[in-house]
Design a protein around this ligand. Structure first.
Ligand SMILES: Nc1ncnc2c1ncn2[C@@H]1O[C@H](COP(=O)(O)OP(=O)(O)O)[C@@H](O)[C@H]1O
Ligand SMILES: [Mg+2]
Length: 344
């Protein structure tokens, strides 16, 4: 199969900043290179919406920069549409476009419409086609009222919508989106995500690689997700398979009256892998999040609670989430995965 994107043993290291290097040399401490990507092997099929999910500093932007020819790999190989990014960057550039979250692109004196127009011309889009595409996308993303506003006057959300249009206006074969909803309000983030998903549905032969540190964004949008941490890809599969294979599947939330004793009511039970307690003093209740070794263990858990005088007020079996899968794989969560911008 001809992959849309393929990396083989891709590695990228960064040297420390010159001042720090000088200082460290003077002090006599070794100066290891920072490994941003380590033996990364990723394959993306044509037509896929592929997600790179990882915490800050995982190496997502570095990978996107290499694939979009802004940065060279230290070793290993990367191809985009079958073309080696290091050997023939010009041919790669003709097939791609890239949008980053939180970027301040645009020239303040130009309006939204003018900016999009200018970028479409950088990409050599024929005049009539560029106009039609730009207008359709301006309408779809609700930018019509701001289309003649200077970009320096735009809110963050409006600016990001304009950046998104700038990325899509060249109708690229492969599109890189680096944290496209970073820092956006819930509503605008939802609009941007819906726009991306609709575009890929209407252009089933196009490929989108997006990075995110929002769990639900990866879960709800992507056909497949690579979980990346500290420069390494730890798992790569559909969100459903990642949840099935990696997330503990016997997770219950049990509510009992406020548990004030020091000893955990479920301590030393072999069927219980872990239990987290959260006391809700205001409600007079304690929430237990119980992960079982096996499904059958739930009966002995309720027995034990009854014996210890912790009457079960409610019990819910929780669906495994991508976050559970991530936690069990990486060993720590994504710090900003809670309160994320409404991906569900
Ligand atoms: N230009 C650079 N110089 C030195 N270190 C860098 C540079 N760019 C990235 N890094 C380091 O590489 C690692 C990966 O960074 P990055 O790819 O930006 O991660 P992410 O996008 O997942 O947050 C981080 O530890 C970061 O500090
Ligand atoms: Mg980044």
């Amino acid at each position: 199969m001809e992959w849309s994107i393929e990396t083989r043993e891709l590695r990228r290291t960064f040297r420390d900043r010159p001042v720090r290097r000088l200082f460290r040399r003077a002090v006599g401490t070794p100066i290891p290179d920072k490994i941003a990507l380590d033996s990364v092997n990723v394959t993306v099929r044509p037509g896929e919406l592929f997600g790179l999910l990882g915490p800050n500093g995982a190496g997502k932007t570095t990978l996107i920069k290499i694939l979009s020819t802004l940065l060279l790999p230290s070793s290993g190989q990367a191809t985009v549409d079958g073309i080696d990014v290091a050997k023939d960057p010009d041919s790669v550039r003709q097939r791609i476009n890239m949008v980053s979250g939180g970027e301040h692109s645009g020239y303040g004196i130009l309006t939204v419409r003018e900016t999009i127009w200018m970028f479409s011309q950088f990409y050599g889009v024929p005049t009539k086609v560029a106009r039609q595409r730009a207008e359709a996308m301006i309408q779809r993303l609700g930018l019509s009222d701001s289309a003649d506003t200077k970009t320096s006057k735009l809110s963050t959300g409006m600016r990001q919508k304009m950046n998104i249009i700038r990325g899509f206006v060249s109708d690229p074969k492969i599109l890189f989106l680096d944290e496209p909803t970073l820092g956006l309000d819930v509503g605008i983030a939802r609009e941007v995500r819906a726009f991306i998903c609709e575009w890929i549905k209407e252009h089933p032969e196009r490929t989108v690689l997006l990075t995110t540190h929002y769990m639900a964004e990866a879960d709800s949008m992507c056909d497949r997700v690579a979980i990346i941490d500290q420069g390494r890809v730890l798992a790569c599969d559909t969100p459903a398979n990642l949840k099935r294979d990696l997330a503990p599947d016997c997770v219950y939330r049990i509510e009992v009256p406020l548990w004030t004793e020091a000893v955990n009511p479920l301590d030393q039970m072999p069927v219980v892998r872990s239990v987290a307690m959260e006391h809700r003093g205001d409600q007079g209740r304690t929430h237990l999040r119980v992960i079982l070794e096996e499904e059958g263990g739930i009966a002995s858990v309720t027995d034990r609670l009854a014996k210890r005088g912790a009457r079960v007020l409610s019990m819910t079996r929780l669906e495994p989430s991508l976050e559970d899968a991530f936690l069990s794989l990486v060993g720590h969560g994504l710090t900003s995965s809670n309160g994320e911008n409404g991906a569900r």
